[in-house]
Design a protein around this ligand. Structure first.
Ligand code: PRX
Length: 635
């Protein structure tokens, strides 16, 4: 049926209309024809956004790994499933076929079982971008264990918080990782984190950098010997459609990170269907997404989406700047990559370098270019289009979120005409709405508002682990009967969407979501600090950078400011990770506050961006005088 693979604009409109007119029969057809089930569903969809409760394919049974691996064995057994490109270009790439991946996942799943892991147990995965990461993810799914991948750039404190929040029994890590010319002592970070994790029983350690590390007797085990003695065959656990598949943490504007829970069936269908269409994947293509599997982009569009389609998915361990700024393009040429999916921050960083780094390589294999994670500015879009795509490869600017599980608004390449900085049209089945401040939907075109989704889609997160009330309050309470995204957007004259950025206290730095509250908490823990507020300000590579306004305690006033700045950043690095470091800091005597004591970040944002000409009415502030002081200090 053509509904699975959309090839021209008329077809898009036709399929879209069908998907919103009768979502149940639409998704039922897709599920029926393109996936492998142990048992079919009783009901395609049940939902109630007031609770909120959403169930897709209730009563169905399946295992996602049978869809990603087993069903390809007869037709694609020798096809490369994962193409691993190491950090060091002189180390050979690895082509892991579907048969081999199936075996490796089977072995790993048996190792997990032998260590007492079973259906519903949580397993934390803290690994660099090496094949063991994808294998571990799939091995968990094979036996119904819930994986919680933590990006290996996170600090010990951040790792410990995530392990404890969902009570992981096991952690899978490595002796260390490569990052360009550097190595990182991952196991050292793990050891520190585990001092705070009394319930974690077992650590499996993959060897990557051959470093001399501490192995805790009884707790830590080298992975390879266990794999070597494990059988390759592991029957797939039969999962209910709505059983959790994984937890993935994302920052909220307040409080601790939110463990978004994704379910088996709906997630699989939507990740697979979006992958097929948004990258127009064809059987012999080599597809490369440069994200880390530690983020949702890696879950949906390195692992599950591509493998469910029997694709060849490239996994890259390195960084775009090593051994030089041509690395991405060298890899594209070397593996004849057809679809390339990256973040605007990477494009901006590479666009600053000499064009020779791009021009040196043959990029003619490219057919589709993608971006994700933050708005792409016009300049970066044109640079990407001109120098990477040579105006031949459509750019898909894909808007979505950890919570949405899959791409929500995006062009379909060779189908939807693109416009720089526009994510264009909703994907099949997605019903966006723009809302005004009074909670009324803004209809028509050439309008702006807060972006909501008014109807369930299969891959939406079902809850926040251990805190359903927070899930409801964060996403379903701002607007009645709608999922609120936290983003602002405009819809232009032809109905194209352009995402304008967060409307809450989440700041996107280099494509990473950072909540202001946890960073402020971390700053405030410094003994010299009384209070702080952080805001984002425009940065030409990172998109946004962090600006901290800090009030010192009396005891801190005498301290050297440069040292304090370094110490505060050190503290943030340890507690959250280096991505949350402040680019600028200003020591002030007060912060602008409303009479109810709320910090007026709007004013701080303007000062941080140098837009002090138009601060709006500040006379209602509790302390208007402090604004002038801050402006003068900010210079
Ligand atoms: O603000 C939007 C921005 O990233 C947020 C979601 O971040 P995260 O959950 O980490 O997932 C990122 C990868 C899917 C969104 O609320 N965002 C994501 N893609 C775009 C974007 N903003 C503008 N344009 C995009 N294409």
């Amino acid at each position: 049926m053509s509904n699975y693979h959309i090839k021209h604009l008329e077809e898009y409109f036709q399929v879209y209309r069908k998907s919103v007119r009768d979502p149940e029969s639409f998704w039922e057809e897709i599920a029926e024809e393109h996936f492998l089930w142990r048992k079919k569903w009783d009901k395609v969809l049940e939902w109630d956004f007031t609770k909120p409760e959403v169930r897709w394919f209730g009563g169905a049974q399946l295992n996602i790994t049978e869809n990603c691996l087993d069903r390809h064995l007869t037709t694609r057994g020798n096809k490369t499933a994962i193409l691993f490109e190491p950090n060091d270009p002189s180390e050979p790439a690895q082509h892991i076929s579907y048969s081999e991946l199936h075996e490796r996942v089977g072995r790993m799943a048996n190792v997990l079982k032998s260590k007492g892991i079973g259906k519903g147990d949580r397993v934390c995965i803290y690994l660099p971008m090496i094949p063991e990461l994808a294998v571990s993810v799939l091995a968990c799914a094979r036996i119904g264990a819930i994986h919680s991948v933590v990006f290996a750039g996170f600090s010990a404190t951040a790792l410990a918080t995530r392990i404890n929040d969902c009570d992981c029994k096991m952690l899978i890590t490595s002796d260390g990782s490569y990052r360009g010319a550097k190595t990182i002592d991952l196991k050292g970070i793990v050891d520190k984190a585990l001092e705070e994790c009394p319930n974690l029983e077992t650590v499996l350690v993959a060897k990557r950098i051959e470093s001399d590390i501490h192995m805790e007797p009884g707790r830590d085990h080298w992975l390879q010997p266990l794999l070597d003695s494990a059988p390759t065959d592991c029957p797939a656990e039969v999962m209910e459609a709505e059983d959790p598949l994984f937890i993935l943490y994302t920052s909220g504007s307040t409080g601790k990170p939110k463990g978004m829970v994704h379910s088996c069936a709906g997630y699989m269908i939507y990740a697979a269907y979006t992958f097929k269409n948004i990258f127009q994947y064809r059987e012999k293509d080599v597809y490369w997404c440069t994200a880390d599997i530690g983020w949702i982009t890696g879950h949906s569009y390195i692992v599950y989406g591509p493998l469910a389609n029997g694709a060849t998915t490239l996994m890259f361990e390195g960084v775009p700047s090593f051994p030089d700024f041509g690395r991405f393009w060298e890899v594209v040429e070397k593996h004849k990559v057809n679809q390339f999916y990256t973040a605007p921050t990477a494009i901006r960083a590479l666009a600053k370098e000499n064009l020779e780094y791009v021009e040196k390589y043959d990029l003619s294999s490219l057919k589709v270019l993608g971006t994700v994670g933050e708005p792409i500015n016009e300049e970066a879009w044109h640079w990407y289009n001109n120098n990477v795509g040579h105006k031949q490869s459509p750019i898909v600017d894909t808007w979505w979120q950890t919570e949405t599980g899959g791409i929500m608004i995006s062009p379909i390449p060779y189908v939807t005409p693109t416009t720089p900085t526009y994510a264009t049209l909703p994907f099949i089945g997605i019903q966006p709405a723009l809302m005004d401040e009074n909670g009324v939907e803004i209809k028509g075109n050439q309008v702006s508002g807060r972006l909501c989704i008014k109807f369930p889609w299969p891959s939406m997160a079902r809850t926040i682990w251990g805190n359903h009330a927070r899930y409801r309050d964060t996403y379903f309470s701002a607007y009645e009967n709608k999922y609120f995204t936290g983003d602002g957007a405009m819809r232009d004259a032809v109905g194209y969407y352009r995402i304008t950025g967060r409307v809450d206290d989440v700041i996107i730095v280099s494509g990473h979501n950072l909540g202001t509250a946890p960073i402020e908490d971390s700053i405030n823990e410094h003994p010299a600090v009384a209070e702080s507020a952080i805001v984002g300000f425009p940065h030409d590579v990172k998109g946004n950078a962090l600006y901290g306004f800090v009030i010192l305690k009396e005891t801190g006033e005498t301290r050297n400011r440069e040292n304090l700045y370094k110490e505060i950043n050190q503290q943030i690095t340890e507690q959250i990770g280096p991505i949350a470091k402040l680019d600028r800091i200003l020591f002030v005597s007060g912060l602008p506050k409303t009479r109810s004591g709320k910090i007026m970040r709007r004013i701080l944002r303007k000062i941080a961006s140098g837009e002090t000409g138009n601060l709006g009415d500040i006379s209602t502030l509790l302390n208007p005088e402090v604004v002038q002081e801050i402006i003068e200090k900010a210079g």
